[in-house]
Design a protein around this ligand. Sequence first.
Ligand code: ARG
Length: 468
Amino acid sequence: AENMLWGGRFTEWTGGLDPLMHKYNASILYDKLLYKEDILGSIAYARANAKSGIISNTEFTEIERGLQEVQKEWEADTFVIMPNDEDIHTANERRLGEIIGKDIAGKLHTGRSRNEQVVCDMRLWLRNQIQEIESHLVAFMKVIAARAEAEVNPPDLDSGVIMPGYTHLQRAMPVLWSQHLLSYGFYFANDLERLRETSKRVNRSPLGCGALAGNGFDIDRDMMAEELGFTGLVLNSMNAVGDRDFVTEFLQWGSMLMQHISRWAEDLILYSSTEFSFISVADAYSTGSSLMPHKKNPDGLECLRGKAGRTFGHMAGLMMTQKGLPSTYQKDLQESWEPMLDHVKTISDSLQIANGILATLTIKPERMKAALDPFMLATDLADYLVRKGVPFRETHHISGRCVAKSEELGIPMNELSLEQLQAIDSRFGEDVSDTFDYERSVEMRSAKGGTSRARVLEQVKILKDMLA
Ligand code: ARG
């Protein structure tokens, strides 16, 4: 027990911790990833203690030099984790003592608790990871915007790329492929806004809160926060050590992002099936079958869809862990580490894969066009009569009867004769034939946010401005 950082009060130890208990309790195997954040936090803490006079400037310089040595060992992969190193905080402090001697190293932790240290490390790390993730999200959104713009009217096509827009997975109305892409672009635009908001709450300093009650040596918390690049403080000391909302919020954020990515992936999986054949996923993001020689499966997209479940699970798990906890630090909170680490990796990888898939995707405009069906213009037919002054509720019914007639006769709706249409309603005129045009239908949706070309290009611009 003497060897443990906290061993003083333990009296009945003979053989130390139950070995399984030691492993069960230790976090070093994963929190060692944050050795650098832990060291930066310690240097800032020691500097602030020197400022308030609780350690001398010479002692601070020694501590700083020692910690930098420890960091070098981690970087060179020569740091040896000892059996009693419970977590990254105890490991670094133990090693510091070996390098500069326990007399000075023993002063580093004055007034400090691992309860503040752990959240300081996590907040620093997560803040930096969020920046990375933001850049991956922005890169993906740039591909969305660029494709949406280029494919409004590709040079090798005389018409735009028009596809069936679906509701209930039933053919609904013609839309531009770019409009479909942008529909996801705007989900991600909200994700980007939310991430920037979350990042503000992550990037606050808990240092100087002690175990729960605050620091007893009048430490300058603002000075430490500034040194570490935090934009403010987690003010209340009990809140600071007990709070993992900054992790939970990030998990919630990522779950919603993955929900969007998963839906997008589902669309593309469907569209890449032979039955649709609207798109083809590049070989680089597909895999084959060990049995069926002809198979090319959209595994990249399926992984994206599948990983969404994993992220939701982490989020729900951590929320459950916290729901009945008493205030301040409890060891249960150590359960926030692994979901956070896994989430960052999953999301960062997923965004890069999604980007690669979209950037290399082939679209098949002729197949999209072949899937259009004149019934998708039934609303335009109703709108035609609206423009002649007929109330929409009436035109809806009239157009519905044209649909029924077409089904009854087995003639596509656009091939019904004027006489057949006029037999249903005498207000149909010669110009009704203009209605049966997919291009026109798309261009008619020209109010803000609609699928007309000009409105799609306007959306592209708004998205691009957000990414600039
Ligand atoms: N490994 C611990 C965690 O991640 C560090 C804090 C430990 N504090 C304590 N009082 N046991 O939560």
